[in-house]
Design a binder for this molecule. Sequence first.
Ligand code: MN
Length: 259
Amino acid sequence: MNILVTNDDGILADGLRVLVEELSKIARVVVVAPDREQSVIGTAISLRRPVRAYSVEPLVPEVETYSVEGTPSDSVILALGKLAKDGVDLVVSGINQGPNLGDDVIISGTVSAALQGYRYGLPALAFSVYSVDNHSLSTAAKLAVLLAKRIDSNALPTNIFLNVNLPALPLAQIRGAKVTRPASQSHSFTVEEEHDGNEARYRLRYRRVTKDTNSRTDIWAIDRGNISITPLHIHLLNKASPAITDSLFSGLLHELQQY
Ligand code: MN
């Protein structure tokens, strides 16, 4: 299995390295990732300027690694169109520092990178954790391995695009893995005015809100100590596909804990 790994926290992020370390044990991995942090860049694509990519020292020995002067989506498009010469069977994005829940999927560079893979007809996974402590990253990376194996063995639909978030809990305290939908209206923005001499300037502030208190949302699952697995679509906010149910992930948490 050939796996493309990317992220939006940049090529030097711990979450990327831990993910590559784990996935390279079970697959041939190529890393193509932004050269700097590109969080909250959404689906931005650099159509109006040339994009440079450099072959750099591997994050993990013998894993082909490219640093891109561009966005997460640029990285995936470049990889699939040029750099990943042996082909790609799966795109994995992350592990993001900080959750990507609810409407975050619209602005997240992490989720957008996976979206590009999905648009190319590939299975695509995005992973996010609350903090980049070693335990969270290790758990998320092992979960990525388990899901990659399920995709490789056709235990999951091949046209799958999953946004996976892990709760801020030690693995032993995680209660389950739930298939969810994105909570709606999960954040809002406020604008603060600042004065720099005579010029007014503005700061956009992000604020988490919880208007959508229905069950089976990603925020609902995370708040109750579960791993949230949200199937996404090109129409990002569609409901979960009926074909993807909890039973597809039965035993997953146990397997992860035994990993
Ligand atoms: Mn990020």
